[in-house]
Design a protein around this ligand. Structure first.
Ligand code: EPU
Length: 419
């Protein structure tokens, strides 16, 4: 298993280009299952989760080709299986996103239940309940979701909990259902909007994406399209925090500032000078130490849970005491114990972490437990004396394109050690 070795140093400085959003590219790749005819997706990030999704579609018989710029062409005409096996789903929960499209277009699907996860129990009951309400027969047996239906029927779906992939799965299913489906208490995440825009450019009739009420008027069929994936807001935020906690300065390109409003707000509060243009963000800490910030994670447009761990690293070396409350997932503090091993002063009380900043951390061997936790440990390594060795970095390769090259280009001392 590869490791990353980070030798703590001074402020980062330079420019970084942001890749396409993982969490938009994944549902959009699943949406290709709805298209009659070929479809091309561009600005797809070069990540393990993308390769896994391509493998999943490929095993179903879907034809895929990729060029060196990560334009992916997908043609589902050759599909022969409607099956997502456990061995792939267990490595990537987002595989559940094929359930809605397979059922809506082909009338059947067999998808493994994702099982446990490092950040919480993460059930998929709302995906299943929604499809049942649309007339599907769904049975869970032998660890698999077995679903079948004639043409799905529109329904009024009221989601008990705001769920991102749940909203996406049901929106894709409803795009080919008979009548107008309403999704109430829908997730408002920008990735949901990107998926809706893509589906509309395939001929779907979706209104209200980005609000908590989405209306989907089902159509007979959808066609292929060319679609460019939105920039990754979590990658954007991660590099901003990397610059902020080292007292550095950075110019982020190929991003969209409104996507990270909540994050920019907290960075300003921590003392960063921030400027934005249409597709760029600059941040300057003027060499200073950040101030601690209080954070409460919640669904968009509030502060994203996917940026919580990175801000834990910032608070670990900030001036003052900061409180971070995680409300989306029940077990998303695995990075805290690892940061404590690096000398961070963090106390956990239920779903709140109270952190008193120290001027510097100490390098240590640490272990990554999930994608964003791994990123936070790399950030902590940037402000630690000595070497930090982050083990199990396959997590980071699932969601960050060339992280060590991008950080090295900003002046970080970071190396990958192959196993
Ligand atoms: N939930 C249920 N029942 C369901 C679905 C969700 O109770 O049927 C609960 C979950 O247990 C959780 C809450 O709802 O407590 C929110 O989970 P959600 O379904 O929104 O999460 P997700 O769709 O599985 C996506 C992202 C995650 C991100 C969350 C929250 C993708 C592929 N994944 O997951 O991204 O943390 O939304 O914003 O879009 C990451 O990129 O590192 C990552 C984990």
């Amino acid at each position: 298993m590869d490791k990353l070795i980070i030798s703590g140093g001074g402020p980062l400085s330079g420019e970084v280009r942001i890749a396409g959003a993982k969490n938009a590219a994944l549902p959009i790749l699943a949406a290709t299952l709805l298209a009659d005819g070929p479809m091309t997706i561009s600005n797809v990030p070069h990540l393990h989760d993308i390769t896994t999704t391509m493998e999943l579609l490929g095993r179903m018989g879907v034809h895929l080709s990729v060029d060196e710029k990560m334009h992916i062409e997908v043609n589902t005409d050759t599909i022969r299986d409607f099956y997502a096996p456990y061995e792939l789903v267990k490595t990537m929960r987002a595989s559940i996103l094929v359930l809605g499209p397979l059922l809506a277009r082909f009338g059947r699907a067999e998808v493994s239940l994702p099982g446990g996860c490092a950040i919480g129990s993460r059930p998929v009951n709302l995906h299943i309940d929604g499809l049942r309400a649309m007339g599907a027969e769904v049975e869970v047996r032998g660890g698999y979701i077995h679903a079948s239906s004639k043409r799905l029927k529109a329904a009024r779906l009221v989601l008990d909990v705001v769920t991102v992939t749940g909203t996406e799965n049901l929106m894709m299913a409803a795009a080919l259902a008979d009548g107008e489906t309403l999704i109430e208490n829908a997730a408002r995440e920008p990735e949901v909007v990107d998926l809706a825009d893509c589906l509309n450019s395939m001929g779907a009739r979706i209104r209200g994406a980005g609000t908590d009420l989405i209306r989907i008027e089902g159509v007979e069929s959808l066609s292929g399209t060319n679609y460019e994936v939105m920039p990754d807001r979590i990658e954007t935020g991660t590099y901003l925090v990397a610059a902020a906690l080292t007292g550095g300065r950075i110019l982020i390109r190929d991003t969209r500032p409104p996507l990270v409003d909540a994050v920019l707000h907290k960075l300003r509060e921590s003392g960063a000078q921030i400027e934005t243009g249409e597709d760029w963000i600059s941040l300057d800490m003027k060499g200073g130490r950040p101030r601690s910030v209080d954070i409460h994670t919640a669904p968009y447009p509030a502060f994203p849970t996917d940026m919580q761990a990175q801000f834990m690293a910032l608070n670990a070396v900030a001036e003052g005491v900061g409180m971070i409350t995680e409300t989306v997932f029940e077990n998303r503090f695995m990075h805290v114990q690892e940061m404590q091993r690096m000398g961070a002063d963090i106390r956990l009380e239920g779903n709140t972490a109270i952190c008193r900043g120290v001027p510097r951390l100490n390098g240590a061997p640490v272990m990554a437990t999930d994608l964003r936790a791994s990123a936070s440990l790399v950030l902590a390594g940037l402000v630690a004396d000595g070497d930090t060795v982050v083990d199990r970095i396959y997590h980071i390769d699932r969601g960050y394109e060339n992280i060590e090259e991008k950080l090295a280009s900003l002046g970080a001392r970071i190396q990958r050690m192959p196993s």
